[in-house]
Design a protein. Structure first.
Length: 189
């Protein structure tokens, strides 16, 4: 049995170097506020406003480092506030996703695509995956105990040497399970 740390991920944006310059000014670089559980990933000091056809959300964090494509990850609740219907996808899979506007202190970007709801997923190292008979892109379920315990289905395994074992869900999912503090889930392959 594999027990994995379950982390809740708030709405956030990933930006390209070009979009960072538009949003924050030419020559601007991301400022690391704190490291995240995945090696090389960090929460930045930079915040943006995201706007949809029906509403906006202020102070959306940017995660670093810069990416090859700009995207905004929101929850279903956020999507309703914004008035958008983004697809549920793995991070980085933005082709054909939902349009959204991002506003920074120096400028704004109209994304033709880039808004998604992140598919729940587990980061695994190759060694941990092999030890437990799991493969990259395999779909599993994860059982969470507690007073509002539940089983998350359709959890994709993501295997890479640079990962640290952890499951990521959004705050809608976290709240549904009543999660707080350090929580572990049991992977049901």
């Amino acid at each position: 049995m594999l027990s994995v740390l379950v982390e809740s991920s708030a709405r956030h944006a990933h930006v390209t170097k070009e979009h960072l310059a538009i949003l924050f000014g030419e020559g601007h670089s991301l400022h690391n506020k704190r490291e995240l559980s995945q090696p090389g990933q960090y929460l930045t000091e930079e915040k943006v406003r995201v706007e949809g056809p029906r509403g906006a959300i202020d102070r959306v964090s940017i995660l670093g480092p810069e990416r090859s494509a700009t995207q905004v990850e929101v929850s279903l609740t956020d999507a309703r506030v914004l008035g958008i219907k983004p697809p549920i996808r793995e991070s980085g899979d933005v082709a054909g996703s939902t349009a959204l506007k991002i506003i920074g202190p120096a400028g704004s970007i109209e994304l033709a695509e880039g808004a998604i709801i992140a598919k729940r997923h587990i980061h695994l190292t190759p060694a941990v995956a092999e030890q437990h008979g799991l493969k990259d892109k395999q779909i599993v379920a994860v059982k969470i105990g507690g007073e509002r315990g539940l089983i998350f289905n359709e959890v994709v395994c993501r295997v890479h040497a640079n990962f640290s074992p952890a499951m990521h869900i959004d705050y809608d999912e976290s709240n549904a399970a009543g999660l707080s503090g350090e929580v572990y889930g049991e992977v049901l392959a």
